[in-house]
Design a protein around this ligand. Structure first.
Ligand code: ZN
Length: 1034
């Protein structure tokens, strides 16, 4: 969707350790609702004495009254929103007109954000570079990059900044009030009084620099964090496609430009333009402030008013308003070219197409809501019209990433697109599209299907995510940015009820919408994209040409300035930052571990069963884990595919359409996933599992178990044509997104060179999996694959090798367990299979996956110690320290990569990684030099540095967990709450001496078992310069 076009301040960091799953690979159902509103709080307050989940408290009281003035803000509107059990307060600053939206909810994960409407009129990436620069130091905090420094002085559960097509926002969330106030001070000063230093502009934006800083004769090159970030972003074809879709669909105003920056345009930006843009757009009258949670709002209001807003005059902000896109009288077609993806489909199939239709003004919230539902009905799952007409004939690799309803701009859009198809089929798509629209208008919609979609939406309203405040912010930002009614937009149940009433009143309601928005809509764009073998070459030439022009235009004085600036920047990057100016938490702020409800384990019909009573808001969560370690290696290799198709083929009783409808009308879906767990006690063995997860409203729990039972016992894989289609879509989907998560793939691949278990993991979910699947499908017919998959299902689905976890409310729990027992009655018992495999360590090696992209993702991994080893918490602290104090300054700031870091996993593998990195050899050398750096910094390892690194670890350890997932670490890894608390306090007690001792123990010598990996362009000098043998995989 167009909404994916957001540029972030910080590169994605690898997921939390224990819960880290394998790289996410598939997007089977395109669902616009997935990102929508997930979460409310329990209806019933927990009984006295019962443990409360820290981020869910109850009770409600009205804190502010309409018409009253609080700290310079007039309270204009107060509404209670029952769907999410929150009270919404809309305030306006009397002096500047700044809107302040406060959502009072008994949730301790508090959120604060400042949003600006930023409308660029070129593609220099102005708002994006400004977003980076604002967080590079301000009047009160004149510290180099306080944003990154604060990452380690806080226990934020989220901290970032992002640039959308027409807005820039600065959000953070935290459960700690001291932290909340600290970050608020940093963020407000950053946006209203940033230093916007010229040297920071050179570092974050773009600069000309001598490739050898001290040699005026060396060649000049272009550098810059955003410059590289955007080169990396557009190395993913789906990003190029999405960006072009937006620019061509809404070409008339700001959306015709690339807000993140086109790498070839970025070097046109001047520092003066940037300062001027800040002055104009970062005015309080053009700002919106969002505040969510349970902390005292009066303190926030007072601070915002006294320290910032009351020093400004009100200005008219209409300059940043965005007009609606004038409607076209004729449809348009646009063709673009893309990079040839050497990991993607065959050359002649690497094309994409999308048909996009402009829908309504997004501030018409009921209309937009209904069009969103209509889009789901048209696209999602095997009962939808477009799935039947575009996907089932199987001439493509399935829906592309742009597919769905998009409500991120002033005008909303419906997009349906296909990936991996032949150019010859472009015309066919257009014809099929028109025919589908006509047919749907003629025949109407099946009520059961529409109802199943509405049920799924209602269920998603009840499902609680731990980051609800952030989800609300992100879902409201675009609408708010256009002065839409964000408060009414939260009344989802009311919108559903209105839609239901409309559907009852008028049988042709949706058909009439189809008529208006689909059949009679001339604002229609058909965007097609084909690979061009010269794409990369053309880009390089254009880049070289631009560089040449820049250089030719330089006079002697300017060349000298470039030379001097290079030296100045290097000096400032290497200077010791004065971080004492920044606030920091203290140990007493973070002493207490989070408290979670108790987990109990019992054995029911010999099945180990974990039960957790937790306020779930009338939902019961079920996880069944089948041990599959006993499968043959060949069978294991097919388990990811098995997981992807097993719930999509129907059962003996219901065909796949009926079954899908049933599942969607009773549950949130039944999902299957391969699970890989190393022994965290000794790292000598590992287990493979297949996990089934689902959840349903308590009233639907009997149906939920019945549907699971039906699927496990009577799955059906006989429809060869359908299976063939699902396999082909699966292969297309696993090849998408490698460049955007390249660091995860690189780490997976470097770990694969360390242990045989990690190697298997990479074969099952890393880059190697793509190749394996392609080859496998070439060598085996669909009928053969079908037989193999059936055999897997028969072997795996039994209660002998199963464990389960049920999370439900205290009152419903006995009933849930009753239904679970009858479910177990129906499952067959089989022989117990072997429960774990021995783990082997491998000889050191290096691997380079050649990718046709202009940036690298580098990783190095070595075997250290697993989670329960005494040294593990110390190494984890060290990983944070090395990331913040060494890798970010060197690999990001000095060498221009967008991200870099180090981590240790529960399986004991310690990894280094870089993200969107212009270098590879230099970065790997930096990884290797960690010990030398640590030695050089030895005397600087003080209490504060150590404590900051511990806070970094705490951010992961204490991050909030959704009620449905409480106990998952125990379920998957057998880490009990007691073990967790012990680990946490052990981590907090790590001393400088212990740190020094692990440095010597694990970093002094090159480790016995390590691997290095690069994902990136070919590099002939690799072996010569690294003096190592590399296995090249092209
Ligand atoms: Zn960025």
């Amino acid at each position: 969707m167009l909404t994916h076009l957001k540029w972030l301040r910080a590169a994605p960091r690898p997921a939390n350790m224990l819960c880290s799953q394998m790289v996410k690979r598939t997007c089977k159902n395109v669902s616009a609702f997935e990102k929508v509103l997930s979460v409310p709080k329990p209806k019933n307050a927990p009984a006295a004495g019962q443990l409360k989940i820290p981020h869910m408290i109850s009770q409600r009281e009205q804190k502010l009254n309409e018409g009253m003035v609080y700290e310079g803000f007039q309270c204009e509107r107060v509404e209670y929103i029952p769907d999410f059990e929150l009270t919404s307060y809309t305030l306006r600053h009397e002096g500047t007109g700044t809107e302040f939206w406060y959502l009072d909810r008994k949730d301790t994960n508090n959120v604060f954000s400042i949003n600006f409407r930023t409308t660029p009129f070129d593609s220099t990436g102005l708002p994006h570079i400004l977003e980076h620069l604002a967080l590079c130091g301000s009047k009160k905090f004149p510290v180099r990059d306080p944003f990154f420094k604060m990452l380690n002085r806080s226990v934020a559960t989220f901290m970032n900044a992002m640039t959308g097509p027409d807005y820039t926002l600065y959000p953070f969330s935290t459960m700690n009030e001291v932290d909340f106030r600290n970050l608020q001070r940093i963020y407000l000063d950053a946006v209203f009084r940033p230093n916007l230093d010229y040297l920071d502009f050179l570092q974050e934006g773009w600069r000309l620099e001598y490739s050898d800083l001290r040699n005026r004769e060396s060649e000049l090159v272009i550098k810059g964090v955003v410059y590289n970030e955007m080169k990396g972003a557009f190395s993913e074809n789906s990003q190029v496609f999405g960006q072009n879709l937006l620019n061509n669909m809404l070409p008339n105003h700001t959306y015709g430009h690339v807000s993140g920056g086109n790498p070839l345009e970025i070097p046109k930006l001047t520092h003066t333009d940037l300062v001027e843009f800040h002055r104009k757009y970062y005015h309080p009258s053009n700002a919106r402030i969002y505040c969510y949670g349970s902390f005292d709002v009066n303190k926030t209001l007072a601070f915002v008013n006294k320290k910032y807003l009351n020093q400004y005059e009100c200005i008219d902000n209409s300059y940043s308003r965005i007009p609606g896109q004038p409607r076209w009288s004729e449809p348009r077609n646009v063709h673009i070219s893309s990079r040839l993806d050497n990991m993607g489909a065959a050359f002649d199939r690497q094309n994409q197409i999308a048909i996009a239709l402009l829908m309504c003004d997004m501030t018409d919230i009921q209309e937009s809501f209904e069009l969103n539902v209509l889009s789901e009905v048209l696209i999602r799952g095997p009962n939808s019209a477009f799935y039947k007409s575009l996907i089932e004939p199987n001439f493509s690799g399935g829906y592309n990433q742009s597919t769905g309803y998009s409500a991120d701009c002033k005008d909303t859009a419906f997009v349906v697109g296909l990936q991996d198809l032949r150019v010859e089929d472009f015309k066919r798509v257009s014809e099929l599209f028109d025919r589908t629209v006509c047919k749907t208008i003629e025949n109407g919609f099946e009520q059961g299907h529409v109802e199943s979609i509405l049920h799924n939406l209602e269920l998603s309203l009840k499902h609680q995510s731990p980051h609800f405040g952030n989800a609300l912010l992100f879902n409201s930002t675009a609408l708010w940015n256009h002065d839409g009614d964000v408060v009414s937009n939260l009344r989802v149940s009311e919108m559903i009820a209105r839609l239901r009433a409309n559907l009852t009143r008028n049988r042709h309601y949706l058909q009439e919408k189809m008529m208006r928005y689909f059949a009679n809509n001339t604002h229609r764009l058909t965007l097609t994209m084909s690979p061009d073998e010269l794409y990369e070459e053309n880009f390089k030439q254009a880049e070289a040409e631009m560089l040449k022009q820049k250089i030719n235009a330089l006079d002697k004085q300017q060349s000298e300035e470039i030379y001097q600036n290079g030296l100045k920047l290097e000096a400032s990057q290497k200077a010791v930052p004065n971080t004492d100016l920044l606030p920091c938490l203290t140990i007493s702020d973070v002493k207490e571990p989070p408290k979670w409800p108790k987990i109990s384990t019992t054995t029911i019909q010999e099945v180990p069963t974990q039960v957790c009573k937790v306020p779930t808001n009338e939902i019961t969560y079920l996880k069944c884990l089948f041990n599959i370690t006993g499968l043959s290696r060949d069978e294991v290799m097919l388990v990811p595919l098995f997981c992807n198709v097993i719930n999509d083929m129907g059962t003996e009783e219901h065909d796949y359409r009926e079954f899908d409808k049933l599942v969607l009308s009773k549950t949130a879906g039944i999902d299957f996933k391969l699970n890989f767990v190393e022994n965290i006690y000794d790292a000598k063995s590992y287990r493979l599992g297949l996990m089934m997860t689902t959840h349903a409203l308590d009233k639907n729990v009997p149906d939920m178990f019945a549907l699971c039972q039906e699927l496990l016992l009577n799955f059906k894989l006989d429809d060869i044509d359908r299976l063939k289609m699902l396999i082909e879509n699966y292969i297309s989907n696993i090849s998408v997104g490698i460049a955007s998560s390249g660091h995860l793939y690189a780490m997976l691949s470097s770990s694969a060179l360390v242990t045989d278990a990690a190697k298997l993991k990479s074969m099952l979910s890393g880059v190697d999996h793509i190749d394996f699947m392609k080859t496998f499908v070439k060598q085996n017919g669909t009928a053969e694959i079908c037989d193999k998959l059936k055999a897997i299902g028969r072997k795996v689905f039994n209660k002998t090798n199963m464990r389960a976890a049920i999370n439900s409310s205290e009152s419903y729990q006995p009933t849930a367990v009753q239904h679970y027992k009858s479910f177990l009655d129906s499952l067959p018992a089989q022989e117990k299979t072997k429960s774990s495999n021995e783990l082997q360590l491998l000889e050191p090696s290096c691997q380079h996956y050649i990718m046709n992209i202009p940036v690298n993702y580098c990783a190095k991994a070595f075997f250290a110690v697993p989670y329960l080893h005494h040294d593990h918490p110390t190494l984890r602290v060290l990983a944070k320290l090395v990331s913040a104090k060494y890798l970010l300054p060197v690999v990001r700031e000095q060498n221009g990569a967008y991200g870099a870091g180090a981590k240790i996993s529960s399986d004991g593998i310690f990894s280094f990684y870089s993200y969107r990195d212009p270098h590879s050899i230099k970065t790997l050398a930096a990884f290797d030099n960690t010990y030398e750096w640590l030695q050089a910094e030895n005397d600087k390892l003080d209490q504060q540095t150590l404590f900051e690194a511990k806070l970094g670890v705490l951010q992961q350890l204490d991050s909030p967990i959704a009620p449905g997932n409480i106990g998952i670490d125990y379920f998957l890894y057998e880490v009990s709450q007691e073990m967790f608390v012990k680990y946490r306090s052990r981590m907090l007690s790590v001393t400088v001496e212990e740190l020094r001792s692990v440095i010597d123990k694990y970093f002094k010598e090159q480790p016995k078992h390590y691997g290095k990996c690069i994902l990136g362009p070919a590099n002939e000098k690799l072996e010569q310069e690294t003096k190592q043998k590399w296995k090249i995989i092209a």
